[in-house]
Design a protein around this ligand. Structure first.
Ligand SMILES: O=P(O)(O)OC[C@H]1O[C@H](OP(=O)(O)OP(=O)(O)O)[C@H](O)[C@@H]1O
Length: 182
C-alpha cells in the first residue's frame, strides 16, 4: 500500500481572500450581472459558484444573479477511463443563456477535459454571447486541450501523481485545499 501524504495548499483565510478577489474581478467585468449568468460545474464547481454569488450579493450588493449548475458526466470524452463509477449530478439552469455572457466556474482546472465537456453540454441550452472560465486552482502545465481560465485563484505546479483536493465548509466541514501525494 503506497503511503499518502498531503500538504496544505491554501488555508481557509487564504481561500477567503482569493474568493473576494475573484468576486471583485467578476464585478469589474460584469457590473450589474444583468446579461451575465454564472454556471457552476457539478459536482464541486457548485460550491465555488454559490460562494462567489453569496459574496457578490451580500458584500457587493448585486441584486440579482443568475446562477445555474451544469452536470457534465455524460459529455466527458474520457469518462475518466473507467477509473471511477459515474454518478450523474443535477443540471439546474432555469434561465436563458442565449446571447448572455456565461461564466463557467469550477474548482480545479487540470487537463481541461471537464471544461471541454461543459462547453459541449452548454450547447443544448442555446448560443451564449461569450463564455469565460473561472477556476480556483489552475494546475499549470497539465493541459490536454487549449483551454485557459479568464479568472484564476491560484496557479499551482502539481505533478501527475498529485491530486488537488478542494474542501468546502458546507460540504466537508472546513474550507481548505490540500495537495495530496498518491
Ligand atoms: O481539467 P480536468 O482534468 O477535467 O480536471 C478538473 C476536474 O477534476 C476535478 O473533478 P474530479 O474530482 O471529478 O476529478 P478527479 O476524478 O480527477 O479527481 C475538478 O473538480 C474538476 O471538475
Amino acid at each position: 500500500m503506497p503511503i499518502m501524504s498531503q500538504k496544505v495548499l491554501l488555508s481557509s483565510k487564504e481561500i477567503n481572500i482569493i474568493l473576494h478577489r475573484l468576486a471583485c474581478q467578476l464585478l469589474e467585468n460584469h457590473l450589474s450581472f444583468e446579461n451575465t449568468v454564472l454556471i457552476g460545474i457539478q459536482p464541486r464547481g457548485k460550491f465555488l459558484a454559490q460562494r462567489l454569488t453569496k459574496i457578490l450579493k451580500e458584500e457587493y450588493k448585486v441584486n440579482q444573479i443568475n446562477l445555474g449548475f451544469l452536470d457534465i458526466t455524460f459529455y466527458r470524452d474520457d469518462f475518466r477511463r473507467g477509473e471511477k463509477t459515474l454518478e450523474a449530478t443535477k443540471t439546474k439552469i432555469d434561465f436563458l443563456i442565449e446571447d448572455k455572457n456565461v461564466v463557467l466556474i469550477d474548482d480545479v482546472l487540470y487537463t481541461g477535459r471537464s471544461i471541454n465537456a461543459a462547453l459541449t453540454a452548454l450547447q443544448s441550452f442555446g448560443r451564449p454571447k461569450d463564455v469565460e472560465l473561472l477556476c480556483l486552482i489552475d494546475r499549470r502545465f497539465s493541459r490536454h486541450l487549449p483551454i485557459q481560465p479568464n479568472y484564476r485563484g491560484r496557479q499551482v505546479d502539481a505533478i501527475n501523481d498529485e491530486k488537488v483536493k478542494v474542501m468546502w465548509e458546507e460540504n466537508d466541514g472546513e474550507d481548505i485545499i490540500y495537495l495530496v501525494n498518491r
